[in-house]
Each structure stands twice: as C-alpha cells, then as structure tokens.
Design a protein around this ligand. Structure first.
Ligand code: AMP
Length: 126
C-alpha cells in the first residue's frame, strides 16, 4: 500500500475535514506540524488525539521514507502530547500514548494520530 492508497482519501478523512473546519471539533492546540482534539468517544476521562497536519496513513509510511523527517515528526507529536498532559492535569498521575497501526490494532481512521489517555488507572492493553 502506498501513502495514497487508502479507504479514506484526504478529502474523506475525518481528521483532514476537522482541520478544514468541515466537521466541528474544538482544536485545543495547533502548530505548523500538528493539532490536538478530544476523542469523540473517550475511553478515559482524558482522551486526546495528537494529529499531524500532513495526511500520513500511519507511522510505517513515515519510517519507510515517505517522510524523511520520521524522528522529528513522531518526536514532535510526543512532545506536544507531553505538554497537553500537563495542561490536562494528568502529567503527574501518569498517562498513556498509543498509536494504532493497521488492521490488527483496530486503527479506524487512516491518518496517523497519537492517543493520549489518562485521568484514571488504565488497564494493560493487548
Ligand atoms: P483509531 O481507532 O486509533 O484509528 O482512532 C480513531 C479515533 O478517532 C477513535 O478513537 C474515534 O473515537 C476518534 N474519532 C472519530 N471521529 C472523530 C471525530 N469526529 N472527532 C474526534 N474523534 C473522532
């Protein structure tokens, strides 16, 4: 699969449409590389999504050379997640960053995103 072969094109992508203001969602943070929203179906008291502005399907496309700045992109998402955890008051209590990647993970939106979960004790995944 290439970066453009996806069930969801950029035009149809929920996150691209949120960024384009075609679907309403409060944007909690935005910079030149990413933006942050609350998950519409939260599974924890705090459930944020840190989303790169560029429509990468998932992290594999970054590391495959589709985006040469792999560390920078992923590192930036994690750095923003950390700042958002502070803002949301879960930095000290602890939180989880998670990326679902591909069918077995249950990835439902084909646009790379980092889940930030916290606000309660989280069960181990798997
Ligand atoms: P994933 O299953 O890792 O692909 O996560 C996609 C996430 O996007 C899910 O947790 C959904 O609840 C969330 N989601 C879908 N539509 C929206 C929306 N309009 N606003 C915010 N989050 C959404």
């Amino acid at each position: 699969m290439t970066q453009t072969q996806s069930a969801q094109t950029e035009k149809e992508c929920i996150f691209c449409r949120i960024l384009a203001r075609e679907i309403p969602s409060e944007i909690l943070h935005r910079d030149e590389h990413c933006f942050v929203i609350r998950d519409i179906a939260p599974v924890a008291p705090v459930h944020l999504l840190v989303i790169p502005i560029q429509h990468y399907i998932h992290a594999e496309f970054i590391s495959s050379g589709a985006a040469p700045d792999v560390e920078a992109t992923l590192g930036h998402l994690m750095s923003v997640a950390r700042e958002m955890a502070k803002r949301e008051g879960i930095f000290e209590s602890g939180y989880r960053m998670a990326v679902n990647q591909g069918p077995d993970s249950g990835q439902s939106v084909d646009h790379l995103h980092l889940h930030v979960l916290g606000g309660r004790v989280l069960a181990h995944e798997g």
